[in-house]
Design a protein around this ligand. Structure first.
Ligand SMILES: [Fe+2]
Length: 195
């Protein structure tokens, strides 16, 4: 089997398992731990997933991180992306309005976790560095921010595709105000097309 076909087979098998886990257990912290473990197994296939396969933006381009869609159901559920970054990338604290799981393939992504503070802002509750063999999982209202210093490839999986998420909130710390992310619009199609 050629490498692209093998990669497609491994992605399909992982997504099928995620679909079954979610169907059997619903969206619970326990289900998300199982989904995370399954995606960590997929991410262990560094022979099939590399920054050469999913190149980050060129130096000097406007973005320093980009997303490749590697799987998504016809109803836009169970969206799996490869996130490729050159580093120097970060986000403000935000929620997802759907479940989210991040696992590392190569490089390191620092996650900061937050809760809403009594004053209406955010309060950091902890940190975790996602890298090969590890991951983080979030329920729809959980808050995090990500911080990437050096080249990285990881997987992000969401219960619903990013283009469908119109109410994701983020916290503008300089203005001490919440705002809504516009739906993501720069996702590169990277699903395998069978001949
Ligand atoms: Fe996020």
């Amino acid at each position: 089997m050629d490498r692209e076909s093998e990669r497609a087979r491994e992605i399909d098998a992982a997504v099928a398992d995620v679909r079954a886990i979610e169907k059997a257990g619903g969206v619970t912290a326990e289900s998300l731990e199982k989904i995370k473990a399954r995606l960590i197994r997929l991410a262990a296939r560094t022979d099939l997933f590399s920054l050469e396969d999913y190149p980050p933006p060129q130096p000097g381009s406007k973005r320093n991180s980009c997303l490749y869609r590697i799987s998504e159901d016809a109803d836009h559920r169970l969206a799996l992306y490869a996130n490729a970054s050159v580093g120097g990338y970060g986000t403000p604290a935000h929620n997802h309005t759907t479940w989210a799981v991040i696992v590392g393939v190569s490089g390191e992504e620092r996650n900061r976790f937050y809760e809403r503070s009594a004053e209406g802002g955010v309060r950091e509750t902890g940190q975790f560095v996602v890298k090969q063999g590890t991951g983080v999982a979030f329920m729809p209202e959980d808050l995090h921010s990500i911080h990437i210093d050096a080249p990285l490839l990881n997987f992000h999986m969401y219960g619903l595709a990013l283009e469908q998420l119109h109410r994701r909130e983020y916290y503008k710390s300089d203005e001490r105000a919440w705002a809504v992310f516009p739906p993501h619009s720069d996702i590169r199609e990277a699903r395998f097309v069978r001949a």
